[in-house]
Design a protein around this ligand. Structure first.
Ligand code: PEP
Ligand code: MN
Length: 283
């Protein structure tokens, strides 16, 4: 790092597009994020039980979903809300992977859960609330695991890019950005989905970006339209919360799609994606 200044020019950073013009592809073995395909990540907000997760994973696999999601360590606003099943949840996700062959992503909220999650997961999620937890970012970087880096809900694009730099500076180049909405004055939606962040972060960085309209809107009825908008804006993939019975979900039920809703949404996402590729958009 240069001395005499506390700000490294963004253009010199590993994560910057100016240091590597070609898109970085994060290869998970069974699928590649950032290669021009549209990757669908889906699953419940939180893993609730073995039966639930295995049954849902089978349904998602049949639909053509590429990556399963499920939280085992949940960063909940209230300490009295369901906090996740912890390591047991990771064992369940591993069983779902064995059943379907699909890799999974799960959140690590601190150093201890990161160490445990790394023993099971294919991708480590750093959540919105931890986007500027610099020691956790460094540890995630050192883990060598692919990292899904959610945007902090009050973070600028530059701060998000800097968070990716913390991971990259530890030698880890397997980073996937995830736009999940930011806090604005509007409260009809849980967050305001920043669609402009999708093409903007792709201008700023060579790492792929996926969009999460579930947290971005907080409303099931708005997930489909914002998922389509994200694909049209150039997202490399989508992360969608799905639950077999959303009203009974232990976390984020109001924004979780029913499996049939996801199935109904996928054809329009694929059609939009093909239209954008035909249009010759830089992906
Ligand atoms: C989640 O993916 O369930 C989650 C907690 O996301 P975020 O960090 O974006 O709120
Ligand atoms: Mn959630």
């Amino acid at each position: 790092m240069p001395s005499g200044t506390d700000v490294t020019p963004v253009s010199n950073m590993i994560a910057s597009r100016s240091s590597k013009n070609e898109n970085t592809v994060v290869d998970l073995g069974t699928c590649r994020v950032g290669d021009g395909s549209l990757v669908i990540i889906a699953g419940p907000c939180a893993v609730e039980s073995r039966d639930q997760m295995i049954c849902l994973a089978r349904i998602l696999k049949k639909m053509g979903v590429s990556i399963i999601r499920g939280g085992a360590f949940k960063p909940r606003t209230s300490p009295y809300s369901f906090q996740g099943l912890g390591e047991e949840g990771l064992k369940i996700l591993s069983a779902a992977r064995a059943e379907t062959g699909l890799p999974f992503v799960t959140e690590a909220t601190d150093s201890r859960s990161l160490e445990i999650a790394c023993r099971y997961a294919d991708i480590i999620q750093i959540g919105s609330r931890n986007m500027q937890n610099f020691s956790l970012l460094r540890e995630a970087g050192r883990s060598g695991k692919p990292v899904l880096l959610k945007r902090g809900f009050s973070s600028t694009l530059e701060e998000w890019l800097m968070a990716a730099e913390y991971i990259a500076s530890e030698g880890n180049r397997k980073i996937i950005f995830c736009e999940r909405g930011i806090r604005t004055f509007e409260n009809y939606t849980r967050n305001t989905m920043d669609i402009s962040a999708i093409p903007a972060i792709k201008e700023l960085s060579h790492f792929p970006v996926v969009a999460d309209p579930s947290h971005g809107t907080g409303r099931r009825s708005l997930v489909g339209p914002l998922a389509r908008a994200s694909v049209a804006a150039g997202a490399d993939g989508l992360m969608l919360e799905v639950h077999e019975n959303p009203p009974a979900a232990l976390s984020d039920g109001p924004q979780s799609l029913y499996p049939a809703e996801l199935e109904g949404l996928l054809p329009s996402l694929k059609a939009l994606h093909s239209a954008c590729v035909l249009q010759g958009r830089a992906v």
